[in-house]
Design a protein around this ligand. Sequence first.
Ligand SMILES: *Cc1c(COP(=O)(O)O)cnc(C)c1O
Length: 240
Amino acid sequence: MPSQTNGSATHSANIAANLRQINTHIAEFCQQYQRDPNEISLLAVSKTKPAEDIRSAFNAGQRCFGENYLQEALQKIHTLHNLPIEWHFIGSIQSNKTRELAENFAWVHSVDRLKIARRLSEQRPEFMSPLNICLQVNISEETSKSGLLLNDLSAIVTEVAQLPNITLRGLMAIPAKADTLTAQRATFNKIHQALQMLQKSHPEMDTLSMGMSNDMEAAIAEGSTILRIGTAIFGARNYT
Ligand SMILES: *Cc1c(COP(=O)(O)O)cnc(C)c1O
């Protein structure tokens, strides 16, 4: 073997090391906050990153990947179609793009209106299992962010739960940036409480999609079941 390390081999090893480290952190936080590690899964957020980075993470054992931009996602899904990857869509949704979501993803986390849920259900192909969806909550009530307000949730949940080809799994949130663990936990706690309220009439809702690279600990402490981690796995994104 030549002893030289090329850049891409090093990069791939970094991704594997990052994944090991994050999984170790998750295990440690589970102990600290008395969470069952089997109830938490790691979604690797690969937006803006090349298919080769996804392959590196896959080779290190990661199976679930999250994408935000539909065209970019479809290219990677095509490139990597030989790998048994579970694809999750976490970006904002245009209603004329729902068919491609329904046909290509296992999960959509960012459903923020009834019309989108209806279209996803209508357009989910018969031969596929129901599409898993989360309703996105605008937990910090920022006008710049999409998502449902907490007060509107129970009405839409009643409607969405009846749609035949989707399974309503839970809630997703992207809180406003907060720098302390206490502040992060307070926001995540609100969404956890909202889920618990909904679970009384919809026990099938088992998912809280919350927690990113900078607020993973708070999310685990407050009941997250899917952590969406990008930067800490793949490094900083370059949008140019
Ligand atoms: C980009 C993104 C993430 C990952 O964020 P990091 O800070 O890179 O971990 C998670 N969720 C959503 C919805 C995103 O758009």
